[in-house]
Design a protein. Structure first.
Length: 161
């Protein structure tokens, strides 16, 4: 069967950046299983997998706009240190969940200068073109329950208690 909306697709993948550094890989573990058509993986990879079948191998170059988005300077903000009450010493590299008008967002502290803290709400891979080497190991139809939940159950997917 071919990859289409509401397929459960299992893939082995290796993700590299433009410099060829490996950022993530399923190698040595179980394949990743995802629900196709639901935006559960980056857009550019999902588009490339459409219509493919088990056994297919693909090398997909995904531009930043179809991966984790372009770098957005407006997501870099200066926050007074007092906003981090209860944290102790605030240092560059610390990650927090900030409450924003668009809902919770992961931010990373990039600089601490005096009483001001610079935080960056961009995804760590924003602005980067990514390369995916993918092998499709299985394609099957999603169950009704998986469609209701919006994710895959079982190996490579979600495990409910
Ligand atoms: Zn579920």
């Amino acid at each position: 069967m071919q990859v289409a909306r509401d397929s459960v697709v299992s893939i082995h993948y290796t993700l590299t950046n433009a410099e060829g550094e490996v950022l993530d890989s399923s190698s040595g573990g179980e394949p990743l299983a995802y629900l196709h058509g639901g935006g559960n993986i980056v857009t550019g990879l999902e588009e490339a997998l459409e219509g493919k079948s088990a056994g297919d191998k693909l090398a997909v170059a995904v531009p930043a706009e179809k991966a984790y988005g372009t770098h957005d300077a407006s997501l870099i903000q200066q926050v007074p240190k007092r906003a981090f009450q209860g944290v102790g010493e605030v240092k560059a590299g610390m990650r927090f969940t900030a409450q924003t008008e668009q809902g919770p967002r992961q931010v990373v502290v990039t600089r601490v200068a005096g009483d001001m803290v610079t935080v960056d709400g961009n995804h760590p891979l924003a602005g980067q073109a990514l390369n995916f080497d993918v092998q499709i190991t299985e394609v099957r139809a999603a169950t009704a329950e998986e469609l209701t939940h919006g994710h895959v159950h079982g190996p490579g997917g979600h495990h409910h208690d």
